[in-house]
Each structure stands twice: as structure tokens, then as C-alpha cells.
Design a protein around this ligand. Sequence first.
Ligand code: AMP
Length: 283
Amino acid sequence: MLLIKKVDDLLNIIGKKRKAGLSIGLIPTMGALHAGHISLLEAAKGSNSLTVCSIFVNPTQFNNQKDFENYPVTIEKDVYLLENAGCDILFFPSPDEIYPHTMQKPGLYELGFLETILEGRFRPGHFQGVCQVVHRLLEIIRPDNLYLGQKDYQQVLIIKKLLSLTGLNESVKLTICPTVREPDGLAMSSRNLRLSEEDRKKAAAIAQALYNIKKNLKNGNAELLIAEAKDFLAMQGFKTDYIEIADARTLEPVKNWDGSQKLIAVVAAALNDVRLIDNLLLN
Ligand code: AMP
């Protein structure tokens, strides 16, 4: 595996590979890698001759400075995991490489309604930052395929929108990979590393709340199930930002299910300042 820190070096190498006709798969990450990230790499290896994984803790997508400072960094382990999993290139840039002073500041991305709800509502500016960094990575690497996890479902819809806003949907195919979970159901996340031992045990309640909604959903009982899930999480000591049943295409909240609409349950809840998100397709 090549470890590359400079944009110019990456452009040089990727340019040669592209000339040689290699297809390129990109997996953007913020590091502190786990089996969820590696599943994206496995998917990329299956359909590309060159895999590029980026690790960059993007400051512009953190609305909370403390969250940024506390974001776990495990770069040595990450290199080991990627090397073992057969990644071709690890791109590990500094903020100056991604946002050089000479670069024109991008305008606002017109993300519309999607940016105003759920994560967008609780983390103002977050998705503008996500679009900034993903747009920049796509322009540098120009991959054929981009791999994202369903774990960050709203982010997937935002990136779809980014691809169509920028016209990059003509050249980049997006693949969404299923959420990888721990044996007790907790969705794997870099932030799980920040949970105390006791909170780690409680954290599985998030997935339990989602699976319970899925099991019991019938026409007309969505609001009741949401209220029960909120109580359940509160009893386990969670501070819930939101738990909702929404239209899986638009993420608009659904109060009365007509029995045919494709639905998703989405949740964000914190245990002692460690904020976790998860989701589950319901039908
Ligand atoms: P992050 O490093 O958290 O920004 O995540 C990088 C990519 O990995 C994103 O596309 C995430 O959705 C994806 N990802 C994170 N956790 C998981 C998981 N448990 N299963 C599948 N994909 C994941």
C-alpha cells in the first residue's frame, strides 16, 4: 500500500494509473477504522483495479469544536488494517492540502430540505462541510466508484444530491454498503471508542429501539412506537436528539403510514456526550 500525504503526489500517481486504464474506487473516511470501513474497501476491491482510501478528520464538518478535538485518531492501527485488507493507496492529507489558502472558497451547496432536518437540524453547517470535503476529494481523485455506508443514511442522500448538483453523477457511480454491527447490534462507529465500558453495554439499546420499531410497525401506530422508543432510550440514560420514522427517499417524517411507502427509522442519541447515530430500513 502506498501512503500519500500530498495532493500533487496523488495526482501524479493516479494520473498514470488512469492512463493505464485502471478503474478507481474511493472510500472517504475520517479514520479510527473498523470492520464497517473495511467492508467498504472489500466492496471497492470487488469492482475496481485501484482502491483509494482517504483518512481526513474534516474540520469544516464539525459544528462542535470539542467533538472535533475528541474525535478518535488511531492512524497506526488504520494503516495496519488497510494494508492487511489489501488497500492500494491511503491518502492521508493535512488540512492545508485539502483547503490550501490559494483555493477559492466554495459557495454554499443548495441542499434544500434535506439539510434542514435530523442531522442537519442538530448539527448546523455539518452537511456543507461534508460536501466541501467530498467534492474536493472527488475532484482530486476523480474515481469511477464512490463507496459510502448506509450507517450515515442522510449523508448518502446528501452526497447523491452533491453528485447531481456538480454533474459528477455522470462520471461517478455511488455504491451504498450495508451497516456493519457488533454482535449485540450496536452499529460500528469510530465514536464507540469514546464510550466507557458501562456505556458501551448500554449503547446496544439504540439498535434494540430500531429493531423493536421494525418488528411492531403496523398501519397507524408509528407515533406510539416512537414515543415508546424515546422512553426506552431515556430509561437507559440516553439524551435523544431525534428518533423518527421517515420516508426512505426524502427523510420526511411519516406520522401515518399508508402501508406501501418505503420507510426508515432514524435515531441520534447521546450517552454522556458521546453522540451516536443509527438507522434501519423498515420494509
Ligand atoms: P466515517 O469515518 O465515520 O466518516 O465513515 C466513513 C465511511 O464509512 C462512511 O461512508 C460511513 O457511512 C461508513 N461507515 C461508518 N460506519 C459504518 C458501519 N458500521 N458499517 C458500514 N459503513 C460504515
